[in-house]
Design a protein around this ligand. Structure first.
Ligand SMILES: [Zn+2]
Ligand SMILES: [Zn+2]
Length: 1035
């Protein structure tokens, strides 16, 4: 296979691999074509008022202030006197959009949106608003249009402030809420003079939706423990009180209004949301008015958390729900059909109604979810060959009939929920209700309970709940029906590709094989054989009417494996070679390889794995002969490994700036460069001329300046004096000059490397706020020793360049045309590289979590809120350690006389194996950040292995983060509005915790990494060898 073909094939396999993730994991679970289901009995309420206080935490609402008074007196009196309350458990991603979808449409936002660019309504879905007669809604333009556009008739009306005028909330975000309350009031006032509107408002099945964004905005800007956040809650409480009395007046106290107050998600202590921390997933739910149960006094109640005592609510029954349960609750209060895609279970305890009504309602609920199951099953059955189709057994047609018949019978016999309270039944009930446990667990229990405990079947309600759980389990069964099969065929082609790369390495870079040409006849037979297999696969896909993407996934393994099998003689030679080795040795080698890759994979999830890996590295020279050869080098190696191993153990989120450490790092760098200079003076190195010394002096100066700028900037910000212009100028000058200076330094290996370190270090210092400032120093120290160690290791093969290392000149080094063959040791070399790269990324936790980006680190450069610039700067910070490692790797390649191509291929294999791991670890649930992170990992893997070639992956990355960007940009823009006010210290405080960098950063990451890869090499090889470098990189 020629090189261009090889590259194209590689790109193709990787692209298909990435694309398949979206097709396999991120497809919409929603189905269409169900019949709406409605309770036949008259509903208790004519209208429903839904307040969603965006970003309100449960504890912030319920807890008492320090002086013992309730923070929201009106709501407190509601839940003590006339309403029901509880905690609504949201799911990750805890973002506004999925939160509102769960509340209003009753399902958890489908992850397919991730693949569709988070446009509005990536899929059609039904909502409570759509089912209502009329809905009027007030609030943010980010939320309301979502439900108005999905509505099938023109009956959902929205009143939003425009995105631009959100600026009025810049001084005090609570104004966003006042806007809503004021507009509702004037709307109702105006209706008195508008007859059509007046009669519409008096219809049945009316929903009023008040979206209150102030609390979320204040939480982001000031954190939930701030006075502003709490003050905003008080304002909302007053507003709700005002609305309630206004509505009661308007409707003449007809007692036909139901009220619900909840929030879409909570917020962490540091003012972010999106992930699954309890502070983000626990939201309040307070309901009162028509059809809602009165407070139930209890002597004691059991919950695993201690909230009840903290909130002094031990004696009022707390009724917890899942967020999606709110939709059926609202639907049953005003008597509209449950939203078609809803997966919520009606929380019966919130209802103040007859047992008959409750039984009918839960029955409707069960039938409605069963409808979805049936549609899903039919869809799957139609596109699968009948003899291959495995139905979901617990809900076969006859079982469904059984359930429904029995339920009808119970309703007739009025056996609603009065079964003897056997301990077992209570247990079952609890298990079913605790469905905020991982779903599978509760489903299994419910199922077991259904099978084993006949008493569980005795009541209508528990029967329906069992049916609901089974239907949900069945839905997920059919949704993931093809997953295994598709996953396997993707894995097949990927494994094939990796095997092929290994064969190419063995064939072209080792002397393990003799070149034998296979006969023409054999290869023709092979070709026809594979073509035949391909045709059979295509035929099968055709009769199952599969989507076109399935053809790609299933047919791709055929040519890939054809290429592998064609190299059969290489495999034979390799096998012969391997068999001649002692079996223990080869098994041991394999084991070490597997362990190494596992450590790498684990480190993406647990940073501390890197510590383990580094400690193993520290022991590496001791178990080889290196220890005997060079004791000093080995000792330094061990010391630096241990030092570096400390970094992954340091905390990532929520740490305070530690400027003295940054200053210490600056001084240490100065000290090192001074001793370096002194060393060269003493040895009177003839290779150093004055020109070069000037460059180094300038670099030392910029390190000193950076150290000064960091400390003075942070002092001045602390004294609320803003960022001095002088500091800002120095920061930007340093940043620009540091990218040019290394190119002016001498081309001798260590001088060039040291110069790169100094330049990058001065920039890194400006971007540091704490211990991480020491990270590049330790890392590059280790890299320096690594280059030396590799020399020592080479002596084993007696091809060392060691004597010449100090004077190795890069402009000539590339002239080495005689590259050596690969050894087993080179696998270790490549592994070290991959490991160090991962360490460079996760060492300071910069990429580990999107929340971990601390805006404080860019304060030396700008204090005006500009997400794009800040994202770019933070990316630069992440990239610097990467550049250091890349440079060291390039140096190792050159000094060990290897062509970059061969080591690069091994790195490619290692990353491919890791990527395959992640492929099976992709989750289709969880935080968007998590989902993003997982896919990012894959993309990261690929961008590394493909350093400068695959530009297309970028698009996928973009679409992946489009929504998070979009979600965040409005609030960002809003803050950009504050830049007109120059008091930077004040605005800095406001922006303190806006976590918008993750998304921006991820968008940048890819390009920056590619750039860094090239850049690292370019720096090293000087401009006159750019052509040579390009040749190496592009073969
Ligand atoms: Zn929100
Ligand atoms: Zn928010």
């Amino acid at each position: 296979m020629g090189m261009p073909v090889f590259i194209v094939a590689g790109l193709l396999v990787h692209c298909v691999f990435l694309a398949s993730i979206f097709d396999i994991y991120f497809t919409s679970p929603l189905v269409h074509g169900m019949t709406p289901q409605q309770t036949p009995l008259p509903p208790p309420a004519k209208r429903l008022v839904l307040f969603v206080a965006d970003g309100l935490r449960a504890d912030s609402l319920y807890e008492l202030d320090s002086n013992g008074t309730p923070r929201a007196p009106f709501l407190r009196s509601i839940l003590e006197n006339i309403g029901s309350w509880g905690i609504s458990h949201t799911r990750v991603p805890t973002e506004s959009r999925p939160g509102h979808v769960a509340l209003i449409a009753g399902f958890y936002e489908d992850v397919s949106a991730v693949a569709k660019g988070w446009k509005e309504n990536p899929v059609e879905f039904d909502s409570l608003f759509n089912e209502s007669k009329y809905t009027w809604s007030w609030g943010s333009p980010d939320i309301l249009p979502m439900f108005a556009k999905g509505a099938s008739r023109d009956h959902v009306y929205t009143f939003c402030y425009t995105a631009e005028s959100e600026d009025f909330g810049a001084q005090d975000a609570a104004k966003l809420d006042t806007w809503v309350f004021d507009h509702v009031k004037s709307f109702f006032n105006s209706s008195r003079s508008n007859q059509t509107l007046y009669s519409a408002l008096n219809e049945e099945k009316v929903v009023l939706f008040l979206h209150l964004l102030g609390i979320d905005t204040n939480g982001h800007a000031h954190r939930p423990n701030s006075r502003e956040y709490k003050e905003n809650i008080r304002k909302v409480d007053e507003g709700v009180k005002e609305m309630a009395s206004m509505l009661d007046n308007f409707y003449g106290n007809d007692g036909k209004t139901a009220f619900i107050l909840t929030s879409d998600h909570g917020m962490t202590d540091w003012g972010s949301h999106g992930a699954g921390h309890p502070s983000e997933t626990l939201t309040p739910l307070v309901a009162w008015g028509a059809g809602v149960n009165y407070p139930q006094r209890v002597a004691s109640q059991f919950f695993e958390d201690n909230f009840l005592e903290e909130w002094k609510l031990e004696n009022l029954k707390r009724l917890d729900v899942n967020q999606a349960d709110v939709a059926p609750l609202m639907a049953s209060l005003i008597g509209v059909p449950f939203p078609l895609n809803s997966v919520g279970t009606l929380p019966l305890e919130y209802l103040n109604n007859s047992a008959h009504f409750k039984a009918e309602s839960i029955f409707t609920n069960a039938v409605q979810i069963l409808e979805q199951f049936k549609v899903k099953m039919t869809q799957k059955e139609e596109t699968t060959l009948s003899f291959l189709f495995t139905p979901f057994k617990p809900l076969s047609d006859s079982e469904q009939m059984n359930f429904l018949k029995k339920a009808r019978l119970y309703i007739q016999q009025e056996k609603y929920d009065e079964a003897p309270a056997s301990a077992n039944r209570v247990l079952c009930e609890q298990v079913i209700q605790l469905s905020f446990l991982p779903l599978e667990k509760s489903q299994i229990s419910a199922y077991l309970c259904l099978r084993n405990d006949r008493r569980c079947r005795k009541t209508m309600v528990s029967l329906c709940k069992t049916l609901i759980n089974l239907a949900l389990e069945g839905l997920s069964y059919y949704h993931t029906y093809d997953r295994l099969f598709l996953g396997l065929s993707i894995a097949m082609s990927f494994v094939g590709w990796t095997a092929y790369v290994i064969l190419v390495i063995i064939k072209t870079h080792t002397n393990l094989t003799k070149t034998v040409q296979s006969s023409d006849k054999e290869s023709t037979v092979l070709l026809y054989g594979f073509a035949f297999v391909g045709m059979i696969i295509a035929f099968f896909l055709l009769i199952q009417t599969c989507p076109w993407t399935y053809y790609i996934y299933c047919l791709l393994p055929v040519p890939v494996w054809y290429a592998v099998v064609k190299e059969l003689h290489v495999i034979q030679d390799l096998a012969a070679n391997l068999l001649s080795l002692p079996i223990g040795q080869s098994m041991g080698f394999l084991l070490v390889c597997v362990l190494g890759v596992e450590i790498l994979v684990f480190s993406f999830f647990y940073r501390s794995t890197l510590t383990v890996g580094l400690l193993v590295f520290a022991g590496w020279p001791v178990i080889t002969q290196l220890w005997v050869q060079a004791k000093t080098t080995v000792l330094i190696w061990i010391l630096l490994c241990v030092l570096l191993a400390i970094f992954p153990l340091m905390p990532v989120v929520g740490r305070e700036p530690n400027i003295p450490l940054v200053i210490a790092a600056g001084l240490l760098t100065l000290l090192i460069s001074c001793s370096y200079l002194a060393f060269f003076r003493k040895s009177k190195n003839r290779y150093v001329n004055n020109e070069d010394l000037k460059v180094q002096f300038y670099q030392m100066l910029s390190i000193a300046l950076s150290t000064y700028v960091v400390s003075s900037t942070h002092n001045s910000l602390q004294n609320k004096q803003g960022l001095p212009v002088f500091n800002q100028i120095i920061s930007w000058t340093t940043l620009v000059s540091s990218s040019v200076l290394p190119l002016l330094s001498p081309t001798f290996l260590f001088q060039r490397l040291f110069s790169i370190l100094l330049s990058l270090m001065s920039t890194y210092l400006l971007l540091s706020t704490g211990y991480e400032a020491l990270f590049p120093l330790v890392l590059s120290g280790l890299m320096f020793v690594w280059i030396n160690m590799e020399q020592e290791a080479l002596q084993h093969y007696s091809l060392s360049l060691k004597p010449k290392l100090a004077v190795l000149n890069f402009s000539y080094a590339t002239d080495i045309t005689h590259f050596r063959q690969l050894h087993l040791d080179d696998i270790r070399r490549s592994f070290f590289f991959v490991f160090f790269i991962v360490t460079a990324f996760f060492g300071t936790g910069n990429i580990a979590s999107v929340n971990s980006f601390d805006p404080a680190s860019v304060y030396c450069f700008l204090t005006v809120f500009s997400p794009f610039m800040m994202g770019a700067l933070l990316m630069l910070k992440v990239v610097i350690p990467f550049v250091l490692v890349s440079c060291a790797f390039e140096a190792v390649q050159v000094t060990t006389q290897l062509s970059s191509k061969s080591l690069f291929l091994i790195v490619l294999v290692i990353s491919d194996v890791m990527a395959l791991h992640f492929f099976f670890l992709v989750k289709d649930y969880g935080s968007w950040l998590d989902i993003g992170t997982r896919s990012d990992i894959l993309i990261k893997e690929h961008s590394r292995s493909a350093l400068c070639s695959t530009a297309r992956e970028k698009c996928i990355q973009h679409s992946l983060h489009y929504k998070s960007m979009k979600d965040l940009v409005p609030s960002t823009l809003k803050w950009a509005g504050t830049k007109k006010r120059k008091s930077s210290s004040e605005s800095l405080k406001q922006r303190g915790s806006l976590n918008i960098f993750g998304c921006t950063a991820c968008r940048w990451e890819f390009r920056q990494m590619q750039a860094a890869g090239c850049w690292g090499r370019l720096c090293l090889l000087r401009l006159d060898s750019v052509c040579a470098a390009l040749a190496t990189m592009c073969w």
